[in-house]
Design a binder for this molecule. Structure first.
Ligand SMILES: NC(=O)c1ccc[n+]([C@@H]2O[C@H](COP(=O)([O-])OP(=O)(O)OC[C@H]3O[C@@H](n4cnc5c(N)ncnc54)[C@H](O)[C@@H]3O)[C@@H](O)[C@H]2O)c1
Length: 439
């Protein structure tokens, strides 16, 4: 006789389960596309009506997700979107991919997850699988989300199943996408893990089970802390090389020829994006009441957060050498997104640099083909955009992100002064030492 448990498992295995992805952003939309491609009838539930309308019109609003992929899935009836929370009640599987930012005091803000849970709980029914993908601190799933989902009277491992699976999406990465990036999974119990493994095994090449949701949460924080700390280290190396009169990039590239025991990280104008600047602080916050001070995290945060100020010092020194002040200078910031060839400006250090320059009285413009004035306005900036046609007219051009569509040779030839925070002018520096200042 089939138990009700095996019914959900078999529906997952034969791909007849209905999947709802809560939050169709940088993580949720690519995931919804994968579950739909795997054959699951998938609904992206999002509070943003424009995003829902775009999906239902077969249009993608995320550069990594081609419209040519979304369109046919919508036409086939495999993918749809809704702002109506009642879709949650019709789901067999609910995957939560909502934001997890920091609040003003740099403490974790899990309110988006709790808002989603508030919508889910009154619509819960027996035999559902819930997976949290939003990054959070170790213990959130077991200590906060599980009690919330159980508050309606249903029991985990019996009536419903719960897992945590950290998202590892790397926007703009041409090689690794959702389906070929190994996926770590931790369950609230063996049955939860079994259900989650069955689901992700249908569309992810390699699934990596771990012993608990707490472990899976910690895995994500280790990965992102590793990056934040190593970037902090290499930013400090850039500061030291500056004092020593050495080219940081030359030093790193030579060190990277060591075939073992060294992994190159590169300095930059500061951390950006929704993960690396934020996630390690989730971990240090969790450790505080346990009377442990996560020192590497605090130090990396201090160094990385100070990088925009270092860039301002480099700009003002370069202008000073030419008898100019930051106040009144015409400055063009080239590349505003937090990394190359993507359209995401969240937490981008270029925004801090623009604000610091504007506060000092500079006349700042920006150039970035991936960034609209509306996106800048969303960040509270009225900075005008500029083409690269009048480079000669700027007192200083600052490269804050290296994009493939910028001709850096022409930029260096025509600019009066270039401050390069990304090694975009590597080949051009030897002949242009008087013009280029690098990190
Ligand atoms: N962007 C990345 O590169 C990345 C990588 C790894 C992990 N993550 C993690 O994944 C999570 C999501 O990040 P993201 O970049 O996709 O965020 P995002 O802002 O791009 O998308 C989140 C979406 O959730 C929607 N939303 C918010 N509250 C909602 C609610 N209660 N109900 C329905 N929809 C709601 C928003 O409208 C938005 O469309 C975060 O925890 C983040 O740390 C992100």
């Amino acid at each position: 006789m089939k138990t009700s448990n095996s019914t959900l498992l078999s529906r997952i295995k034969d791909r007849t389960a209905n999947v709802v992805v809560v939050g169709a952003g940088y993580v949720g939309l690519p995931l919804a596309v994968e579950t739909a491609k795997a054959g699951y009838r998938t609904t992206a539930f999002d509070k943003s009506a424009p995003k829902v309308d775009a999906i239902n019109a077969g249009r993608s609003y995320i550069e990594d997700v081609p419209t040519e992929v979304v369109g046919p899935l919508v036409k086939q009836g495999k993918l749809g979107a809704s702002v109506d929370p009642d879709v949650l009640g019709k789901a067999d599987v609910i995957i939560i991919c909502v934001p997890t930012p920091l609040n003003k005091t740099k403490d974790p803000d899990n309110s988006f997850i709790m808002d989603a849970a508030d919508l889910i709980v009154p619509r819960m029914h027996a035999q559902q699988l819930f997976v949290l993908e939003s990054t959070t601190f170790p213990g959130f799933t077991s200590e906060v989300l599980l009690p919330k989902l159980s508050s309606g009277g249903l029991s985990v491992e019996k009536d419903f199943f719960l897992a945590f699976s950290p998202e590892r999406v790397d926007p703009g990465n041409p090689k690794f996408h959702t389906h070929n990036t190994p996926k770590v999974l931790g369950g609230s119990g063996p049955k939860s893990l079994e259900h989650a493994l069955a689901l992700y095994g249908t569309f992810i090449e390699r699934v990596v089970p771990v012993s608990s949701t707490d472990t899976a949460e910690m895995v994500k924080l280790l990965e992102n802390t590793f990056r934040a700390v190593n970037i902090g280290l290499v930013n400090e190396v850039a500061i030291m090389c500056g004092r020593l009169g050495l080219d940081t990039w030359e030093v790193i590239e030579a060190a990277a020829t060591k075939p073992f025991g060294f992994m190159p990280f590169y300095p930059g104008p500061g951390l950006g994006g929704h993960c690396i600047p934020i996630d390690p602080l989730y971990l240090s916050w969790k450790l505080k009441p346990l009377k442990y001070n996560a020192r590497f995290i605090a130090l990396a945060d201090e160094i990385n957060s100070a990088m925009p100020e270092l860039v301002i010092t480099r700009i003002s020194d370069g202008l000073n050498d030419r008898g100019k002040a930051v106040r009144g200078a015409k400055i063009l910031v080239v590349g505003v997104t937090y990394k190359q060839d993507i359209d995401d400006i969240r937490e981008s250090p270029a925004l801090d640099i623009i604000k610091l320059l504007e506060n000092r009285g500079a006349a700042v413009s920006y150039h970035d083909s991936h960034v609209t004035p509306a996106a800048m306005a969303h960040e509270g900036l009225k900075t005008p955009s500029a083409t690269l046609d009048a480079l000669e007219s700027f007192d200083c051009v600052v490269i804050t992100t290296k994009h493939s569509d910028v001709d850096y040779g022409a930029l260096v030839r025509r600019a009066q002064l270039v401050v390069d925070t990304r090694n975009a002018t590597k080949e051009l520096r030897p002949q242009n030492r008087d013009k280029i200042v690098s990190l």
